[in-house]
Write a protein that binds this ligand. Sequence first.
Ligand code: ADP
Ligand code: MG
Length: 585
Amino acid sequence: MATTTNPATPAANPATQTPHFPEQVTGMYILARALKNVGIENVYGLVGIPITEAAYLIQGQGIRFVGFRHEQQAGMAAATEGFLTKKPGVLMTVSSLGFLNGLTATTNATVNCYPMIQISGASDPTMVDMNMGTYEQLDQFNTAKPLVKAAFRCYKAEDIPAAVARAYRAAISGRPGGVYIDMTTPALGQIMNREDAEKLLYQPVDVYSPVAPNEAAVDRAVEMLTSAKRPAILLGKGAAYAQVDDKIKTLIEKYNIPYFPMSMAKGLMPDAGPLSALSCRSTIMKEADVVMLIGARLNWLLSFGRGKWNPDMKFINLDIEPQEMDVNVPTAAPVVGDMGLSLDAILAKMDGRKMSTDPTWVPSLQTETKEKDAKFATRLESTKSLMPMHHWTALGVIKPIIESNPDVILINEGANTLDDTRDAINMSLPRHRVDCATWAIMGMGMGSMIGAAVATGKSVVAIEGDSAFGFSGMDFSTACRFKLPVTVVIFNNGGIYNGIGKPMDETTDPAPTTLDINARYDKLGEAFGAQTYYVQTPDELAKALTESIASKKPCLIDVQLGADSGKESGHIGYLNPAPLQDITV
Ligand code: ADP
Ligand code: MG
């Protein structure tokens, strides 16, 4: 075999060698086998040098390879599979930009505590480190490291099975997160005798070891909860992720404790249940004396546990992550451990004990809920016949349809579209709502929709602002190629926040916040063979959504809203760095 004349290239450069099949295999084959061994069922990605053949070999193992148009969306799909199944979703990308595009999603997964593994092809690190200007040269391993939970770099094919097994463990153990594997070209292309390769492959044992909380911590938490006068439970997406639905239900119902769900914990207990305090967020913050956090962080989404909160509040915090204790406010009763084991221990200790709840507490929340719900219904009613439609007009139509199809998974992003949909649509099943989560980002829609459909086989409806859809719209074509039972509903108000922004006098360019109120997103769906609708009235929308869900095919509904529907930054305008000038007119 000829060797390369480039003196800096190792003599055994695998790219110059050809395996003799079937006696020999490559690192790519070992990767496919290692993924199969840990139980991976779906890989989301986008092929190119150096991972194309690996993707075929992965398919050859009976693993589904879902090929996307953009790595970021493939990553969002992997992350969503991780959240919904408690098993890491896998993203596979090429090197350099493909890697960076994917890293956005892996970073977002890490922030949101979703388990996923990003595997990116990478140039020969010996050449990258010598700054030789090799193909797609980037030190991907060190770029990823600060943004992910763990990172591994495979120099040799022999390392691949352990890298995959360790990445799997890292992704789901402790606080779940994104893990990166730098799969270098030399490792992917390395040729081995099949017999030697087989010996490397193994089935990792006991990949998730739940950690129990300590007894004193459980005693303290139970003491605090049972002596509370105005207790409440705050459910976060960590509670939904943990799949401990029955234990949470028992704790809430047996001890009559009102609950408030964060957006992705909606449905863990029914939003419209008798103990739901969904409409009483500020009352709970102000008036509860003990709040048990179950898989929720006291971050910006909860005003950091300060300010609007009762200053004498005692927080009980159930979380797998010890460093989540005392964040922003002291934790009165930390319970560090796996959610299932923590709840088991708490329920066992509670058994036979009486709560000290003030008898007026729950009824007062129920009264407040009734009043707020009535107000909300009036609001929906008052926008019912607005033409062109308002967000609320459209949601008044969508609400009963989604609520009567509780097993449909709802994906939701946008500004007003996010806020209003979350507020309008009650969920009644756990893990049926996925949104832009902790960072409140945009650009997760199509990826999450596809990941949810692939991972669960269920029907999915994505309610998207027109701006949000723009980030990932091309990957609607992926849903079409894979014939997934998904419906995209686009609220077109012609802009980011709304479509009435006026440009500064100095320019003839469009305003920074405007998009296209006349855009026909349904035509985009048509290009990929989807069932599409353009709707301008509530009746048209009701018909389109009902038909779409029933069809179990890829559908796209362009909902024409008025350009004045929606306000700047939705509910979080206060986060702007200075009071806004009059930018919308
Ligand atoms: P939300 O945005 O809904 O409030 P967060 O993402 O802020 O939720 O919080 C989720 C929390 O759940 C994280 O602090 C995470 O460590 C925790 N968590 C995730 N999985 C588990 C688990 N299996 N057991 C216990 N805690 C968990
Ligand atoms: Mg918009």
